[in-house]
Ligand binder design. Structure first.
Ligand code: PLP
Length: 392
C-alpha cells in the first residue's frame, strides 16, 4: 500500500523544490541574444544577485553547477603554484581544494572534522605562522551540506585580520545563500560562489559568483584564466560578453522569477522562515534522539545549519526509512554522503519550503521510524508544533 499520490516533496539538500511560478516562467520560446528584452533580464538577475550576496561588487552568471563556480573563483584570481588554505569541515571545502589541486595550485588543508565547525582560532594561528605570506587564498563553506555544519564566516574573517594576513577570502554559499544570513561586504568576503538549485529555488544549471575590488585586482595578474570563465571577457560591452556566448535563457527566465519571489517575501523574512522551520526540525530530531538510536551530527547546537539537519543513526541502516518516506509517503529525504555514507539522514529545509512541507516531512519520518522499528522518543512532530506555536 502506498500513500504517495499527491504533491511530491523533494527534501534533499539540492536540488530543491522549484516553485510552480518559476517553472511557468521557463515555459516560453527563447529570445534573441544581442538586444531586446533578454538584456533587461540579465540586468535584473545581476542586480538581484548583488542584493542577495549583499555586495556592491561584481556578479557573474555561468551555465554551470557549483563545481563550475569553484573553478571560476580560482581561475580568475590565482596563479599556477599559488598556495591556498582550505578550511575543512566536512566534504565540500575539501572538494573545492581538490579542484584547486587539479588546477595546479598548492593546497593545504587545515584539519577539521565532520561534527564541529571551522575554529577561527586555528585559522588565526595558521595564518600568523605564514609570515612570508605564501597563502594567497582561504577557502571555506558557510554551510557544509555533508556534515550540516554552519561556519561563522564573519568570525573567520576577523581571525584573518587578527593574523594580519591579506589572503583572498573565498566563501562557498551553495547551501546557504537565500537561506541564512550572509553579508559579503560587511563580512569582508572577497569572492563568493553559489548555485541556482538550492536556497535559490531554481532549476539546476546556473552558477553565480560575486567578486569585490580586491578580487578584481588579483584578477589582473591571474594566470589560470580560461576563456569561458574569464571575468575580463565578461566585462566587455556586448550582452553576449556576459555569458561568453549564448545565454542559458530558460534558466534565466526561471531564476528571475525566483529572485522576484525572494524580493516579494523580503530577504530577512526568508532567513527568518528558514530559522523557524530549521528549529522545528531540530525539536523533532531532539525528541526522537531520546531513544539513543540517533542523534544530531553536529554536536554544538549553535553550529547546526538552518538549511539542513544531518542526523546520525547508531548501527541502524537508514535506507529502509528513506525508501519508506519516498515510496510510501511521497517525500524524498537526503541520505548521508562521504565519511557518513549510509549512516544517517540529511533532512533539507532549504529554499521553497513552508510549514506544511516541513511538518509533513517530519510526520513521514516519524511514521517511518515507527514502521521500520527504529527506536525513537515519541512526539517529535508534536515538539515541532509546540515550538512553532510559541515562536510565531
Ligand atoms: C551542492 C554543493 C556544492 C556543489 O554543487 P553542484 O551544483 O552539485 O556542483 C558545493 N558546495 C556546497 C556547500 C554544496 O552544498
Amino acid at each position: 500500500m502506498t500513500l504517495r499520490n499527491g504533491k511530491e516533496f523533494l527534501m534533499i539538500p539540492g536540488p530543491t523544490n522549484v516553485p510552480d511560478e518559476v517553472l511557468r516562467a521557463m515555459h516560453r520560446p527563447p529570445l534573441e541574444i544581442y538586444d531586446g528584452p533578454l538584456v533587461a533580464t540579465t540586468e535584473y538577475c545581476l542586480a538581484g544577485l548583488k542584493k542577495i550576496f549583499q555586495t556592491t561588487g561584481n556578479t557573474y552568471i555561468y551555465a554551470a553547477n557549483g563545481h563550475g563556480a569553484w573553478d571560476v573563483a580560482l581561475s580568475n584570481t590565482l596563479c599556477g603554484g599559488d598556495k591556498v588554505l582550505v578550511l575543512s569541515s566536512g566534504r565540500f571545502a575539501v572538494g573545492w581544494g581538490e579542484a584547486a589541486e587539479l588546477m595546479g595550485l598548492e593546497v593545504e588543508y587545515l584539519p577539521g572534522d565532520w561534527s564541529t565547525p571551522v575554529d577561527p582560532a586555528a585559522v588565526k594561528a595558521r595564518l600568523a605562522e605564514d609570515t612570508a605570506k605564501e597563502i594567497k587564498a582561504v577557502l571555506v563553506v558557510q554551510v557544509d551540506t555533508a556534515s550540516g555544519v554552519w561556519n561563522d564566516i564573519k568570525a573567520i574573517r576577523e581571525a584573518m585580520e587578527e593574523a594580519k594576513h591579506d589572503a583572498l577570502y573565498m566563501v562557498d554559499t551553495m547551501a546557504s545563500l537565500g537561506c541564512v544570513e550572509f553579508k559579503m561586504d560587511d563580512w569582508g568576503v572577497d569572492v563568493c560562489v553559489t548555485g541556482s538549485q538550492k536556497g535559490l529555488m531554481s532549476s539546476p544549471g546556473l552558477a553565480f559568483v560575486a567578486a569585490n575590488s580586491r578580487a578584481l585586482e588579483a584578477h589582473e595578474s591571474a594566470d589560470l584564466r580560461v576563456n569561458y570563465f574569464d571575468w575580463t571577457f565578461r566585462h566587455g560591452p556586448e550582452h553576449y560578453n556576459k555569458y561568453c556566448g549564448t545565454p542559458p535563457e530558460h534558466l534565466l527566465f526561471g531564476f528571475k522569477k525566483a529572485l522576484e519571489l525572494i524580493e516579494e517575501e523580503g530577504l530577512e523574512n526568508v532567513w527568518k522562515r528558514h530559522s523557524l522551520l530549521a528549529e522545528a526540525t531540530r525539536q523533532a530530531v531532539a525528541t526522537w534522539s531520546q531513544s539513543g538510536a540517533l542523534d544530531f551530527n553536529i554536536t554544538d547546537p549553535d553550529y547546526r545549519s538552518n538549511s539542513l539537519t544531518v542526523v546520525r543513526f547508531k548501527d541502524i541502516d537508514p535506507a529502509p526509512l528513506r525508501a519508506f518516506t519516498r515510496e510510501v509517503c511521497g517525500v524524498s529525504i537526503g541520505g548521508t554522503i562521504g565519511d557518513l555514507s549510509g549512516k544517517g539522514l540529511r533532512i533539507a529545509h532549504m529554499g521553497h519550503v513552508n510549514a506544511v512541507m516541513v511538518l509533513g516531512t517530519l510526520s513521514a519520518i516519524e511514521l517511518g521510524l515507527k514502521t521500520c522499528g527504529i527506536p525513537h522518543g515519541a512526539g517529535g512532530v508534536q515538539a515541532a508544533i509546540d515550538y512553532l506555536a510559541q515562536a510565531l
